[in-house]
Design a protein around this ligand. Structure first.
Ligand code: NAD
Length: 582
């Protein structure tokens, strides 16, 4: 097509409020009822096929064990091999499709999600991940729409970024997709991440084998329906299910493995890195390893901070979505001059927090994802109850009779290195260390060294010097640093997201930096009138002395000309300065 197209300028999707009586509240309630009445029968999506293995697993709501949402067919090594073959088959056509056509598919997915699919994906996220309607809206609708719109915009910018040229040549950089396929492995906690991890490499022309978390196959199924509805060709994203280690091992054993786009726990990513390292001689190319992993996110409070802002940030930052955000505040350092006031403000707020099903919109707080998570979090609380350094000042009760419910729990620890102060719990548990007001500097050191992670963190202060001091002392303690704000809620296009240390490779989801990892640049140089003689001017023998001016002219001509022209210009006039002077 003889035109240069521009991707529409992206904008962040506006959040709907779901107030009583609003059209969006009616729409989501109707879709929840509809989807609960249907029991999904979920296949694997491989190439053009929907594969049903007959090996079935249940999808249930975390807040109600009895609520069956559907059943999925589980795959194994043979299905994974088939998915690799499908991805490799689809690759050539997909990479060759003009960018504007590829981009339009994802922009169409964003718009379908902004309208009717919004109710489906939000309802799926509420039913399957136990998110309140507000948490579902900011995740499965707004954030995923933003990822899709912004990623195609950044892809275009990456493609447009070209090198300089000298006279007589044209330099180009082509951003090829990776050789081989990309393996996307997604966590349970964000539908937006489940959508972004396979689509980001696909936008850059890669084909993908995607394994969603087993607890969220139900939501992943609705994402696949969205991609298909937007016209994504068969084989570009292949969704497989099955035991994580079997699926991963089969994929890592393939010589065509080109990269992994992972979000999940640090331990799993370590295992992936080691496995890929062990297999390195097998691969056709060095695979890209992108992993956004765990966090132990801090809130550091200075003696000058606004206490109501701190208390609100802690309640929202630690307990929204039951603390199951990688960015959730899970350790706080509060000066003793402010602690009594913050403690009271938090207690007052927590007393009004209602826990229960997300289908009841008055509940701020819902269930944790599944039984293993419930038992893991409960274990931390039980051990804290026995630890003399720890005192539980709010919550602490767990109840699995109907769903996986754990109260928002606040622990005060006199030991800044205690287990709940330093390890990722990934649940509604906040541990607070109260420090002597004058020991701000020393406490910054504790924050920096208090855990292996470095994902998000906040400083609350009114004193600008204290803010600067914290910013400096905590330079490597967080990839996303907040001033007078909670450490959660990064927005695509506004706060690129990711951390370092044990929190991942910091490839910043929600920015062009992530997309760069899914490309392998090829530099192309074309010379329009190439030289026809191998000899350079310096090879010529010295000639009879002439004037210095002749030499200067020759140097000027050489500097201005292209290599071939320079050679011609210099040939007729060059003389050595000493010879000229002689
Ligand atoms: P998880 O590590 O248990 O699972 C993530 C994915 O890895 C799932 O698809 C799972 O099936 C798969 N997996 C598990 N074991 C595997 C194995 N041996 N081989 C290959 N794949 C395997 O994590 P989760 O419980 O789903 O999510 C919570 C974790 O994710 C937390 O640690 C959280 O901090 C992290 N997280 C990080 C970010 C970030 O941006 N840094 C964002 C969201 C979640």
């Amino acid at each position: 097509m003889n035109a240069r197209f521009s991707v529409p300028k992206p904008y962040n999707e506006s959040l709907l409020e779901y107030r009583p009586g609003s059209p969006e509240r009616k729409a989501i309630k109707a879709r929840l009822a509809e989807m609960k009445a249907q029991k999904a029968n979920i296949p694997l999506y491989i190439g053009s096929e929907e594969i049903r293995t007959g090996k079935m697993k249940d999808c249930r709501s975390p807040y109600d064990h009895q609520q069956l949402l559907g059943r999925y067919h589980e795959g194994g090594a043979p299905e994974v091999k088939k998915a690799i073959a499908a991805a490799m088959k689809a690759k050539k056509d997909w990479a060759a499709m003009p960018f504007h056509a590829r981009a339009a598919i994802f922009l169409r997915a964003a718009d379908l999600l902004a309208h009717d699919f919004r109710w489906t994906l939000n309802a799926a996220t509420m039913l399957c991940q136990s998110k309140s309607v507000h948490q579902a809206e900011i995740d499965s609708a707004a954030e995923l729409i933003d990822f899709l719109r912004y990623n195609v915009f950044w892809a275009e910018q990456i493609y447009s970024n070209q090198p300089n040229n000298s006279r007589g040549m044209w330099n180009m950089v082509e951003m090829r997709p990776l050789e081989g396929f990309v393996f996307a492995v997604t966590p349970f906690n964000f539908t937006a991440i489940a959508g972004n991890l396979p689509t980001a490499p696909a936008i850059m022309g890669n084909t993908v084998v995607w394994k969603p978390a087993s607890s969220t196959v139900y939501t992943a199924y609705h994402l696949m329906r969205l991609f298909k509805a937007a016209g994504l060709p068969d084989g570009v994203i292949n969704m497989v299910t099955g035991p994580a280690s079997v699926v991963s091992q089969t994929l890592f054993d393939s010589p065509d493995f080109g990269g992994v786009h992972f979000t999940g726990s640090t331990g799993v990513f370590h295992w992936m890195w080691q496995t890929v390292g062990g297999n390195i001689a097998k691969y056709k190319t060095y695979p890209r390893l992108v992993g956004e992993t765990g966090g132990k996110d801090f809130v550091m409070v200075h003696a000058s901070a606004d206490t109501a802002a701190v208390a609100t940030a802690l309640v929202r930052g630690a307990f929204e979505f039951q603390g199951q955000k990688c960015s959730a505040a899970s350790r706080a350092y509060i000066p003793d001059n402010l602690w009594p006031k913050i403690k009271k403000q938090m207690a007052d707020m927590l007393a009004t927090v209602k826990m229960g099903s997300p289908e009841d919109f008055t509940n701020f707080f819902n269930a944790v994802i599944d039984k293993p998570a419930y038992e893991n979090i409960k274990g931390y609380i039980d051990r804290a109850k026995k630890n003399k350094a720890c005192k539980i000042i709010a919550g602490g009760k767990c109840d699995d009779s109907v769903g996986w419910f754990i109260e928002p729990t606040v622990i005060v620890s006199t030991d800044p290195k205690s287990e709940t102060m330093s390890q990722e719990i990934f649940g509604p548990v906040l541990t607070i260390y109260v420090y002597p007001e004058k020991k701000f500097k020393e406490t910054l050191k504790l924050v920096d060294t208090g855990s292996a992670y470095a994902l998000t963190g906040s400083i609350f202060a009114n004193d600008r010097k204290a803010i600067l001091e914290a910013q400096e002392a905590l330079v490597h303690a967080a990839g996303n640093f907040y001033i007078n704000d909670k450490p959660t809620g990064a927005v695509v296009g506004q706060q690129p997201f990711g951390g370092a240390r044990a929190s991942g490779t910091n490839d910043k989801a929600g920015s062009y930096l992530n997309l760069l990892r899914w490309t392998s640049a090829r530099t192309i140089k074309e010379t329009f009138d190439p030289p026809k003689d191998y000899k350079y001017p310096f090879l010529e023998p010295d000639a009879a002395p002439e004037t210095a001016e002749v030499y200067d002219e020759a140097v000027e001509a050489h500097d201005a000309a292209s290599p071939s022209n320079g050679a011609k210009a210099a040939k007729s006039s060059r003389k050595h300065p000493k010879a000229a002077a002689a």
